[in-house]
Design a protein around this ligand. Structure first.
Ligand code: NDP
Ligand code: OXD
Length: 318
């Protein structure tokens, strides 16, 4: 880890970081030694705090910080911050967009795409039965993968899958041009996007428009035998619709990293489902080293009178 001698002299509050706090405090002390870092239980002078880096926020906390210039979200998804009415509307909310988080997601989705492409679960099940059962699978270019959301993460994922050789399409709100990726946008093009998506990857933000989007209606538009990978938010998925689509074998399998209730309760039917593969909301993790470099860059922009980048928009809801 390298020290950033040009890191700005600001006062930054770390809030809602839980078990990751020690790691972050250490990283700030090395990379931004001139920055004053305050812990949320030690706020003696709220009027001295310039910035806040936050994950699971305590409602109302930010309203007390009268000098706050911007809020940094520890994660890329800002649904929880945008739904906190106590955060003043004028306060910039900066989404986490940093190379460590992006690369982690690219790696996770490539892993899961290969898992579903090769139907690895069939091999695992055969091994348990001590059965030697080679099965066929298409070449990557004959496998059509659909990426929902072509933002910071979805675009990087789509480019990697295309470079790997998969036949990739993507869907976003506004029109896009991404080399090697067939791009669709808006509700009117959703059906055309879905009808070829044999492996569907969700990397959408959670908004009023996208809540519950992974439901019976959408599943019916996927080709029979399709797989789902949801690494966005649990509330994108209608859980009972997934169970039904798997029961009737319209969908083959699903990988879920995110859930309506986290941690997933021990009694939840997903745990024991033979075709649902669970990871505990760690598809990707913000990397303190690369993220602090990005936070310092954004603070330098703000202190220099420039608008921050990757800000959430209340009008768009992401
Ligand atoms: P971005 O805001 O950069 O990208 C969002 C994409 O979704 C954009 O392409 C946007 O379209 C598209 N989109 C938004 N609303 C709609 C809509 N109604 N219809 C179609 N497309 C829509 O977000 P990121 O890529 O940085 O992150 C995506 C999500 O991934 C996060 O919100 C978070 O929930 C999740 N995440 C999960 C992690 C995990 O470990 N499981 C880790 C990190 C993130 P347009 O380009 O036109 O704006
Ligand atoms: C994020 C997440 O939004 O980890 O970054 O879920």
């Amino acid at each position: 880890m390298t020290a950033k001698r040009d890191a700005p002299r600001a006062c930054l509050l770390l809030a809602g970081m839980k078990e990751r706090e020690t790691e972050w405090l250490h990283a700030f002390s090395i990379q931004a030694p001139d920055m004053r870092i305050i812990h949320e239980d030690e706020i003696d002078a709220p009027e001295n705090i310039d910035y806040c880096l936050i994950w699971r926020q305590r409602p109302g906390l930010l309203a007390r910080l009268v000098r706050l210039k911007a809020v940094f979200s520890l994660g890329a998804g800002v649904d929880a911050l945008l739904s906190d009415p106590s955060i003043p509307e004028w306060l910039p909310i900066i989404r986490m967009a940093e190379p460590g988080l992006t690369e982690g997601m690219v790696e996770y989705i490539l892993w899961q795409t290969l898992f579903h492409h090769r139907r690895i679960w069939e091999l695992i099940e055969a091994q348990r039965r001590k059965e030697w059962r080679p099965h066929n699978y298409p070449a990557p270019w004959d496998r059509r993968v659909g990426v929902m959301g072509l933002g910071v993460l979805g675009k990087a994922v789509a480019l990697k899958l295309a470079a790997f050789g998969f036949s990739v399409s993507g869907w976003s709100r506004s029109a896009k041009e991404i080399p090697g990726v067939l791009c669709y946008n808006g509700r009117t093009e959703l059906a055309s996007f879905l009808e070829t998506a044999e492996i569907l990857i969700c990397l959408l933000p959670l908004t009023v428009e996208t809540r519950g989007i992974l439901g019976a209606r959408l599943f019916a538009q996927l080709p029979p035998g399709a797989s789902l990978v949801n690494a966005a938010r649990g509330a994108h998925l209608v859980e009972e619709d997934l169970l039904e689509a798997l029961r009737v074998s319209h969908l083959s399998a699903a990988t879920l990293d995110v859930f309506n209730e986290e941690p997933l309760p021990p009694t939840h039917p997903f745990w024991k489902h033979p075709r649902i593969f669970i990871t505990p909301h760690n598809a990707s993790i913000t990397d303190p080293e690369t993220a602090i470099a990005e936070i310092c860059r954004q603070i330098a922009r703000l202190e220099g009178g420039l608008a921050p980048e990757h800000t959430a928009s209340r009008a768009r809801d992401y």
